[in-house]
Design a protein around this ligand. Sequence first.
Ligand code: 13P
Length: 290
Amino acid sequence: MAKDIMPLKEYLVDARAGKYALGGFCIWTYAYGKAVADVANKLGLPMLYIIGDAEIGFFGGEKNAVQACRTIASEVDVPVILHADHFRDFESIKRAVDAGFRSVMIDASAYPFEENIERTAEVVEFAHKAGVTVEGELGRIAGYEQHLSVDEEQALQTDPDDAVKFVKDTGIDILAVSIGTVHGLYKFEPHINIPRLKKIAEKVSIPLVMHGGSGTPEDKVAEAVENGITKLNLATDLVKTVGLATARVQQKEGFGYSVANLYAEAYEDLKVYAEHKMRLLAKHKLKEDM
Ligand code: 13P
């Protein structure tokens, strides 16, 4: 039976109440997406995909990405969610929603505070009419290439009082916070600011999101989940897992090029990685469900 993809909000509200999180797994082809969905299905967890502009290009556009996820949704028992990641303007959000996305992130965090509020609120007004979940971002999440001092890092991080105003004035469903993670692999010792997260979580009751999950120390991830984080975005690690596996198999004696020879181990490695992260993030939920 054909099944649609789902809006994200209710799953993360449940996660916040239950002190667990979902991995937001970057998807760029049906096959890798399906490998990860098989793991979510086995564990009985909602399958949450994130997708940025670049990955949408690999699918040949928003509609094809939505279609691939609808296909996966029809092949598993658990709900499937596809979330537009770091869309930066109203037009691209509208294109995604028109194509069938039911969850989007508007990232206007590069703009001054009031303009971030304005741009985010405009998206919320439009998206909520269509029943689409909206994530906003406050504070800046650095790229791995940015080597910042601790003071500079702190200056980019989400201010708890600003977060209260941002959530109230925009009407967003979920909030991406900056607490010291970076996009991509860390080139320096990560400083994950759990005290700041605690302050934000005390003041803001909607589900919180952590970007830059790859390479973030797992004890810090677990602590973050205890303190309001309900979604951990994972991208670089997935690409790395696939990249290492395909490089490794080509070194094997007698390796011959076929789709299965080149990719089968990558799918298996991706499943192992996904299961490890899903179990870490949803520890409390999985215990409850046992
Ligand atoms: P990583 O590439 O560090 O996993 O970050 C992914 C991310 O946050 C996408 O929004």
